[in-house]
Ligand binder design. Structure first.
Ligand code: ADP
Ligand code: MG
Length: 744
């Protein structure tokens, strides 16, 4: 008793002494937009973890009272910081000088929920229905506009925020928060449909942290400190939802119960995406999209601009988010980028081949005759330059695979959260298709440059063609009629599927180019005796005059305008067909279309059983793996981690072989290691033997964009090492991990 009194006294004195030496805390107020709940967990975490205090701040967190206007509170200076929706833009237009500091919810949680079975199957069915609606939900109004739905056709009911009204049938539909009302509907297993503005391509930010221009001007350091501490708090909160739920209850009472808070937390994971996005990250292009949507709705004038609205503390912050900007820019320009990079690389490698040929010729020439040597010297030098360009191409391909890996990773995880058939789902599908095609292009480029062993697999050409047609059907206009005449029992051939895909795709593109108005593209396959199969690509387009036909296979020969043709298509087709020991002939007549005829030698259908690996589409495995992910590339790290998370696995990351070994030496025992081959320092090659000494039995997936000889020998030299080709997506990784996720 006495002891404890003395101890408390000493502690008190100590605290006093320490306090006296520190500057007093800066008092600020954060005004929330709703009641205390998980929605604001990051701020509570910043408070309770002492992040605010460490930043020199004494923060009062106020929940919203009825009738409170958060923007007014902040603009008037009664509160320094506030939480607001994307409608902050409108407030700014109306003369409230708000500055947005961070987008915490990367997507708005606002949706429509409708009674199922009330004749509503899509948003279009809301006409004539009773809809309980929160007028501030601009993204919903924008969604209706985008879908061409007139709000006047609905009966508006003032929002009561009582989900029971929907359950009881007082209304047919209501605006709701995915994180909130849905909980009560789910809890009583009430069948309902959800329509998200994202299905209509409207993607607003959800909760944003904001302040006023005055505050930014007068207290720049305080603003910066508050933002940083808050985001740190958010990171903590999203990692420790249970703990935060308990703290919220302890501090603010059990208004809605722990289960509700945890439901909120879980839904928020998808909206905040803490694994993918630096919390709070804002992309100006997204704000522009939001602004444009408001302009479309007539809520903002055309000349309204973002200037001054988005907080820019210093260049440093931008840098932190560079990787994300990269991803978005890459996604946006994916087609252009891939197309041009791949073409440049192709151009390089073809030139290289040509140069090597000419070098060989040159050398022969040197041997034969001794004159004209100065000119040849120049040619030789040029050829060497080209050769080094070739190995450069290999390096670029590796980086390209990392970029593609990140795109595929993000897209394949995000697509799972989308409603099949929705706009966003389709968008992700296209991104995935494009990413996969990019991966194949890089692969065929490498094999073209002879840096990667060409695959020789037993193939059904019909399967390749069908996939291709499917892609064409999606991307070509209805102007061209696609016709398929595929031999049902086509014999298999031995070859490289991605190279053949590339070749057939080039022929189809040529055919489409030759039919700018309308026409028919016919793809035919047939068995020709026992030894050959034939593939024909026919069009009813412009055809070729004799002088074009004669030169059509020449590299760089094109009749198309700059930017449209490269003149490489047919020469590539030619070399791919030759590499498959096939033959090609082109028949064409001006005005009568073109037929490209190819034939390939048939292979013995020996290894049928090996082909019978059925793709596993079953439920995710029940066994959680502890995965050690070693990759120096930040993009790869975060996207792979996102995939692993989606598959239900735990990930520990290391950005070099050295640090992975350190983690293992410290006693960490992963179930599986994903090891990048190409890293600075020890790299995969140096890390693998040391890792084997520490963990003799752990399976290792060796990730690389290039299955070259070095990679293959490394795999062969160690047990339990599997090669995993980059880029990979959710499906690939799931398959790779299958042997260890199966529950015995
Ligand atoms: P590119 O398509 O980039 O021009 P290609 O090597 O694929 O290069 O084709 C070379 C040229 O052959 C084309 O520019 C075009 O003039 C002609 N050509 C190829 N395929 C067809 C076709 N199906 N119909 C008419 N002309 C064709
Ligand atoms: Mg072409």
């Amino acid at each position: 008793m006495i002891l404890s009194t003395i101890r408390n006294g000493i502690l008190g004195l100590l605290a006093f002494a320490l306090g006296a030496t520190q500057a007093p805390l800066d008092k600020v107020t954060l005004q929330l937009k709703w009641h205390h709940q998980f929605q604001f967990a990051g701020y509570y975490a910043a408070q309770e973890q002492g992040y605010f205090r460490d930043a020199g701040l004494d923060v009062r967190i106020l929940e919203a009272e009825p009738g409170i206007d958060v923007v007014k509170e902040v603009a008037s200076g009664r509160a320094q910081f506030g939480v607001g929706s994307s409608a902050l833009l409108l407030s700014r237009y109306r003369g409230q000088p708000v500055v947005v500091l961070a987008a915490v919810f990367q997507h708005s949680p606002v949706v429509f929920v409708a009674r199922s079975g009330s004749g509503i199957a899509s948003v279009h069915d809301l006409a004539g229905k009773r809809v309980m609606f929160e007028k501030q939900a601009d993204e919903l109004i924008a969604y209706l506009h985008k879908e061409g739905i007139n709000e006047k056709t609905m009966t508006f009911v003032e929002h009561t925020f009582v989900p029971d009204d929907l359950i009881q049938g007082k209304v047919d539909c209501m605006s709701a928060y995915l994180t909130d009302e849905s909980y009560f509907l789910d809890k009583v297993h009430f069948n309902h449909l959800t329509f998200s503005p994202r299905m209509g391509g409207i993607d607003f930010y959800g909760d944003n942290l904001f302040t006023s221009e005055d505050e930014v001007k007068a207290h720049p350091d305080r603003v910066k400190a508050f933002r940083e501490a808050s985001m740190k708090g958010w990171k903590y909160a999203m990692q420790h939802p249970e703990e935060l739920a308990d703290r919220i209850i302890a501090r603010y009472g059990e208004r809605r119960g722990r289960a509700y808070l945890l439901y909120e937390a879980q839904k928020m994971q998808a909206l905040i995406q803490p694994g993918l996005v630096d919390i709070g990250y804002m992309y100006p292009g997204r704000w522009q999209h939001i602004l444009d949507t408001y302009v479309e709705l007539g809520l903002l004038p055309k000349d309204f601009h973002l200037e001054g609205f988005i907080y820019e503390p210093e260049a440093g912050v931008r840098q932190v988010n560079r990787r994300l900007v990269t991803v978005i820019v890459v996604l946006g320009g994916l087609g252009a980028l891939l197309g041009s990079v791949a073409l440049v690389l192709f151009r390089m490698s073809i030139r290289l081949k040509g140069e090597i040929l000419s070098r060989e010729k040159a050398e022969a020439a040197v041997r034969l005759e001794h004159e004209g040597k100065a000119k040849l010297e120049v040619q030789l030098q040029q050829a060497r330059k080209m050769e080094s360009l070739g190995s450069l191409a290999g390096g670029i391909a590796h980086d390209m695979n990392n970029v593609l890996g990140a795109i595929l990773g993000m897209a394949s995880t995000s697509i799972e959260a989308q409603q099949p058939g929705s706009h966003t789902h389709r968008a992700f599908e296209t991104i995935i298709k494009a990413g996969e095609r990019g991966g194949k292009m890089v692969k065929s480029l490498l094999s073209f440059a002879r840096q990667s062993p060409a695959e020789r697999q037993e193939l059904d050409v019909n399967v390749i063609l069908r996939e291709e047609i499917e892609l064409l059907e999606r991307t070509t206009l209805s102007r061209v009629h696609l016709q398929m005449e595929l031999e049902p029992a086509l014999r298999p051939i031995l070859g490289d599927a991605s190279a053949l895909t590339q070749a057939f795709m080039n022929l189809c593109i040529n055919a489409l180019d030759a039919m700018p108005e309308r026409g028919t593209l016919t793809i035919r396959t047939r068995n020709q005796g026992k030894e050959w199969i034939e593939v024909l690509v026919e069009d009813t387009g412009s055809g070729m005059p004799q002088e074009v036909l004669e030169r059509a296979l020449e590299p760089f020969f094109t009749t198309k305008e700059v930017g449209k043709g490269t003149g490489l298509g047919l020469s590539m087709v030619y070399s791919i067909v030759k590499a498959h020991r096939g033959q090609i002939e082109i028949d064409s007549e001006p005005g009568h279309g073109t037929v490209v005829w190819m034939r390939f030698p048939v292979c013995e259908p020996a290894s049928r059983t090996a082909e019978l690996v059925v793709e596993n589409r079953s439920e995710p495995s029940t066994k959680t793996l502890n995965v050690l992910l070693v990759d120096d590339d930040e993009l790869m790290q975060s996207s792979t981690q996102a995939i692993l998370q989606a598959l239900g696995h735990e990930t520990t990351t290391a950005s070099s072989g050295e640090s992975a070994l350190a983690i293992l030496e410290a006693g960490f025992k992963p179930d599986v290691v994903i090891l990048d081959l190409n890293m600075p320092g020890l790299g995969g090659t140096g890390t693998l033997p040391r890792l084997r000494t520490l963990l003799p039995f752990v399976p290792v997936l060796l990730a690389t964009g290039r299955a070259d000889q070095a990679a293959v020998s490394l795999v062969e030299a160690h047990s339990r090492v599997t090669l995993m080709l980059k880029p990979f997506d959710l499906k690939n990784l799931r398959k790779q991990l299958e042997p260890w996720t199966a529950v015995e």
